[in-house]
Design a protein around this ligand. Sequence first.
Ligand SMILES: CC(=O)SCCNC(=O)CCNC(=O)[C@H](O)C(C)(C)COP(=O)(O)OP(=O)(O)OC[C@H]1O[C@@H](n2cnc3c(N)ncnc32)[C@H](O)[C@@H]1OP(=O)(O)O
Ligand SMILES: N[C@@H](CCO)C(=O)O
Length: 403
Amino acid sequence: MKSDSGTVELGAFDFECGAEIPNMEVAYESYGEFDGDNAVLVCHALTGSQNVAGYGTDTAGQARAWWNDIVGPGKAIDTNDYYVVCANVPGSCYGTTGPASDAPNGDPYGTEFPPVTVGDWTRAQRRLLDELGVGRLHAVVGGSVGGMNALDWVRQYPDDVRYLVGIATAPRLDPQCLALDAIARRAITTDPDWNGGDYYDADEKPTDGLALARQLGHVMYLSKASMERKFGRRAAGRDARRDSFPSDPAAAFFPYRDVESYLDYQAEKFVDRFDANSYLYLTRAMDDYDLSEGYESDADAVAAFEGETLLLSFTGDWHFTTEQAETLAASFRERSVPVAHHAIESDHGHDAFLVEPEKVGPPVRDFLESGVEGRAVHDTEDEPESVPDDRDFAPVHSSLFSR
Ligand SMILES: CC(=O)SCCNC(=O)CCNC(=O)[C@H](O)C(C)(C)COP(=O)(O)OP(=O)(O)OC[C@H]1O[C@@H](n2cnc3c(N)ncnc32)[C@H](O)[C@@H]1OP(=O)(O)O
Ligand SMILES: N[C@@H](CCO)C(=O)O
């Protein structure tokens, strides 16, 4: 697979908040060959990176290609056919300018980095694509907050997108998710080692706060059913280490459960690969996003889009729900934008879009080939007598909204 990676200097960048920095660098990867009309922009999720496929590793040496099962030669987003671009978003920490980057005075920006929005990510991506010689996109694809980013593309640049694919996403977060994100940020900012965001040269980093924030995140990404299946109430093995609250005297008496062990393990891995300030900035950007901002409604916000839309949601996802996706689909329908919403039966929770490629890949592949009209039935045994309406996509994955 032909692939490329690099960092493009965009020069001065104006943020939505009115602040400006003299140079925005954007780290990206691309796969496949550009033929003038086959570019697919993939927008990563909250803590993702530009390394959507392939075998890159992050600075901690952890493998981090996060959608290898979906993007690649012969995969659903087939790099034999499409020129796939993924860029790390501004504010993140995988090479694009963010709080950990050096400001003009030579010190890391820290909390001097401007408050960044999903809209800023979109504009940075537009400028990156200009540099790469890409005009109109065949498709923009994104999951989770990456789906918000993809939605923002059809709001800001409706003429630049043929197909929009939003996966496990919504036009805005609900208050329960806002609450959990606020608690996560508080975990970071109350860690004494956070030090007002100025910790890059310090020996101690705010790892406890970041670990707690990520543990909360993981609970949001799982579902009751997946937690029951993965952990139940089992005690972790004899050798398991108890990292949470090690000084708790009662801890010696009560079992250290599998679920705690899992969260500790994931937190430990996460603090090696992510920056605490970036977590603050990116969760703020996600929380702040509202598709309808500046418009009367979501429908008005997407009214200028003349392409087609595929929305995928997962029945076990309580972070970005199937109901939110269906409401979003209705907004597209209201403005006669061809849209298919495919609600996938899954108990994996929000991260289903990462861990169930066999359910995500087929509808994405068909949609990228032929749009909403080309939606395929993947299991003829389950084929209904007639396709009821544009809400039914693929009966093999029974859809909440197909009846
Ligand atoms: C674009 C993006 O989304 S960002 C990049 C990818 N996403 C992330 O990293 C988000 C955070 N991670 C996750 O959400 C998940 O780990 C996923 C989605 C990446 C993978 O999900 P799954 O395949 O279901 O893996 P799972 O969540 O069970 O984690 C498996 C790991 O936990 C470990 N683990 C499982 N149970 C336990 C336990 N009881 N105690 C300790 N460790 C445990 C496993 O050994 C495995 O370790 P490894 O990653 O070193 O191999
Ligand atoms: N688990 C993924 C999705 C979160 O929305 C991430 O950390 O990026």
